[in-house]
Design a protein. Sequence first.
Length: 581
Amino acid sequence: MQVEPKRLKAFLLDAGLVEEKQFDKALKKAQKTGKRVEDVLISEGLVSQEELIRLKAYILGIPFVNLEKEKIPPEVLKIIPEPIARSHNIIAFRKKGKDLEVAMLDPEDLRTIEFIRKKANLRILPRLTNPASIKNALRQYQKTLEAEFGELIKKEAGGIKVIKEKPLEEEKELKKVAEELPVIRIVDTLIRHAILQRASDIHIEPTEKEVLVRYRIDGILREAMTLPKKAASGIVARIKVLSNLKLDEHRLPQDGRFKVESEDYKYSIRVSILPTINGEKVVMRLLSETAKAYTLEELGLRGEALEKVQRALRRPVGMILVTGPTGSGKTTTLYAMMEILNTPEVNISTIEDPVEYRMPRVNQTQVNPKIGLTFASGLRSLLRQDPDILMVGEIRDSETASLAINAALTGHLVLSTLHTTNAAGAIPRLIDMKAEPFLISSTLNIVLAQRLVRRLCEEKQSYTLKKSEIKSLEKYCDTSMILKVLKEEGLARPKDTLADITFFRPKPSKDCPDGYSGRIGIFEVLAVSESIKELINKSATADEIQAQARKEGMRTMIEDGFIKAAQGITSIEEVLRVIIE
């Protein structure tokens, strides 16, 4: 099953993938270092792993399979135990009678093939695949556990002791319960399950007779499972132990954090515990430490709006604000901007609550109000650190607003967020925080307002709007303006009405239960022009500023949403869900 270097060279040259000199040089290096020539070719960047695997499959006469989007039946996947699949990069993906097709990266691994043949008592048919396919299949081992989670939770919950409140002994008892195997398994399982489902938050809510567990996935809360009421005290105690919180404090809210790590993921978990009439409610925010910053295009910025943002980022001083409600992706947008600005020539410092992503070369500071490290005090200290660019997680009060504006005035580029419903609303909000209008107009470069809408899956249903639907849309938006925008974008013909334009609805499927997967931003971008500066100096209202920005070509969030709905990225229902407050 091995491909001799001579044979490999002939095929590589024939396919025009490498030159003879390059191959000979790689072969010498392989002989010198004791590596395989294939590994040297890949590490030198002469051939991609995918190209080499496909070529080897052709030479050896072994079929190549791509499992990147393949859903493997759990009973077939489990024929090869997960530890063996993971360590030997070998996956069982199809079974017909006594034949088992296995995908692997190394067809020369005869020992593993022989081991699986003996264990499964099946005829093994090897297939070559790529690393992305192996990764997708390994992820499915985790997903096959999903069905077992409910049973595990119910079974383990039966083994939890009920703690009766005895002030002196309670803490010891709770600590003991928190370290018992059933409780540890339940909490670990809940977190693991949430990570696999791409949840951003876990809600553990005590009711009168049971405990409800809900996950927030793509911005929507979904019921995950219900647990017996007697499991509540043990689960809360376990989470408190992990977060280093007071076990015997049940009357006051508590906040903490801890980390979870495995081969596949690394998460920082922010914990909030709140007393309710039925017991303590726990909310855990899951923050991936390995998540990479998105690009502005991946977030959903496009066309003129994207150009305006890129222009503002090229300016060395001033202030860039991102607005929207909690959970609308403001911080993610700031990180995408910092990814562009993050070059070796500049010093970037941040003050955040919490630090959501780790960025190389960026000095990130976590707010800690308990010891007096607030956004205002942290920002004051950061200004003494010779920064070029400052990122302030949120402008919450007049002191932070004043410091941020002064930092922008004194030669820094300041990035921050505000809680307002639209872009124009950021200016009156700053004035409410006692910021002087003439200072705002001198420093503010651009304001972005955003929301997150769920993305439609690949399978979706097309439709056109009925007259009754258009009439009901008129209550929420200017349909004539939306039609004009869609024509400008080339999504409608000059003579089309709104009823002629194709939109899309979710089409639920087995792989995509509600027809949506993932999220994307819808934006409005208000660049501070000379005319808008004049309005700011006159302390104009948000509506006056919005009207002027519209005259200057600003697209509103609802218009951006309709463009994405006509492109089949999202649905009209999603756009209205996030915009109508």
